[in-house]
Design a protein around this ligand. Structure first.
Ligand code: NAP
Ligand code: ZN
Ligand code: ZN
Length: 348
């Protein structure tokens, strides 16, 4: 089916209008009219080919909210008109151990990413994401979302939400734990909300002192400015967990001393990093990574959001404003996630 979109055509040009063919509906597919799509920093990394894997033209977008337009003959759990979400992946092998363990993002054959993966349904082409009017997705990779929450503010839950919820759950964050979120952007602001909702004492670790008040409104108990060495020293050895969302190359060295003995820093940024291992060795500390979350856990996160009334703080834009939004995200000037109103694609 003919689909309107915005795409990156190469690593340096601004995103521009693009038309392409989506696959026809199969028996197990859900056809979704896209209402909103969040703008993740990963979209920018991919558009700019920061990870060296981009095939152009590439339609970014993996924080998708929309309504079911049509379902395949074998789909019983979704109805036409229902509000649904699609996140960072649209398929996996479903046979390997990680897939059986509901960790499809770690599929041994490689998950099919929502955009930028070879498309098994259209050999020779690549999947295309949510900066588009519609998408066709296998029912097992479609999420149910609450109609009670602000619909446009739900979109970022599909990536920023699950990517911060999952490590907080994996590292068993509980009431009273002292947790630091590093970087108050799209992921960071969701990390603050989740950690606070889990009862943690949340410390916002930021390079932008001006974001301090917002951090407290979002749920932070304290604000720690990472460039202020005195402040950093005063908090040394006091954290149970750190979640690092910095999107650019950086050293872990300033952050490791903040952890208590034996505690963990989880990073979600796929960036070059260096560090002195001394701080790890002496404190038996752990640095780990985390990659989105499985479909089952994503549904659990969405249900947690409905229960705790959690959505993203968003700035709504038209698709025609996407390139300025990218510029602002790269300057850390985002409060705290851009979401595209996909109706704007219909404008000339
Ligand atoms: P974002 O909205 O741009 O937020 C990142 C924040 O990091 C900024 O707002 C800024 O916060 C801080 N920051 C920026 N440059 C910095 C620097 N040089 N030093 C220290 N702090 C800096 O980005 P995002 O969408 O949250 O994504 C964050 C990263 O996670 C990206 O690399 C993205 O690709 C990655 N990601 C990973 C996964 C996964 O599954 N692992 C999923 C989604 C995204 P302050 O102003 O508060 O300092
Ligand atoms: Zn993302
Ligand atoms: Zn698999």
């Amino acid at each position: 089916m003919q689909t309107k979109a915005y795409a990156a055509y190469d690593s340096t040009e601004p995103l521009k209008s693009f038309n392409f063919e989506r696959r026809d509906l199969k028996a197990t597919d859900v056809h979704i009219d896209i209402a909103y799509c969040g703008v993740c920093h990963s979209d920018i990394h991919m558009a700019h080919n920061d990870w060296g894997m981009t095939v152009y033209p590439m339609v970014p977008g993996h924080e998708i909210i929309g309504r079911v337009k049509q379902v395949g003959t074998e789909v019983t759990n979704f109805k036409v008109g229902e509000l649904v979400g699609v996140g960072c992946m649209v398929d996996s092998c479903r046979q390997c151990q990680p897939c059986k363990d509901h960790l499809e993002q770690h599929c041994e054959k490689g998950m099919t990413m929502t955009y930028g993966s070879p498309d098994a349904h259209m050999p020779g082409s690549f999947t295309q994401g949510g900066y588009s009017s519609q998408i066709v997705v296998d029912k097992d990779f479609v999420l149910k979302v609450s109609e009670k929450l602000d619909i446009k503010a739900l979109a970022p839950l599909l990536c920023a939400g699950i990517t911060t919820y999952s490590p907080l759950r994996q590292w068993n964050i509980k009431a009273g734990d002292k947790v630091g979120v590093i970087g108050l952007g799209g992921l960071g602001h969701m990390g603050v909300k989740f950690a606070a909702a889990m009862g943690a004492h949340l410390v916002m670790n930021t390079t932008s002192p001006a974001k301090g008040e917002d951090a407290k409104r979002l749920g932070a108990a304290e604000v720690l400015v990472s460039s202020d060495e005195k402040q950093m020293q005063a908090q040394a050895g006091s954290f149970d967990f750190l979640l690092d969302t910095i999107p650019v190359a950086h050293s872990f060295d300033p952050y490791i001393p903040l952890l208590k003995f034996g505690k963990t820093l989880a990073t979600v940024g796929a960036t070059p990093s260096d560090m002195h291992t001394m701080g790890l060795v002496f404190g038996r500390k752990i640095i780990t990574g985390s990659l989105i979350g499985g479909i089952k856990e994503t549904q659990e996160m969405l249900d947690f959001c409905a229960e705790h009334n959690i959505v993203s703080d968003v700035e709504l834009i038209n698709i025609q404003d996407i390139n300025q939004a990218y510029e602002r995200v790269m300057k850390s000037d985002v409060k705290y996630r851009f979401v595209i109103d996909m109706q704007s694609l219909q404008q000339a």
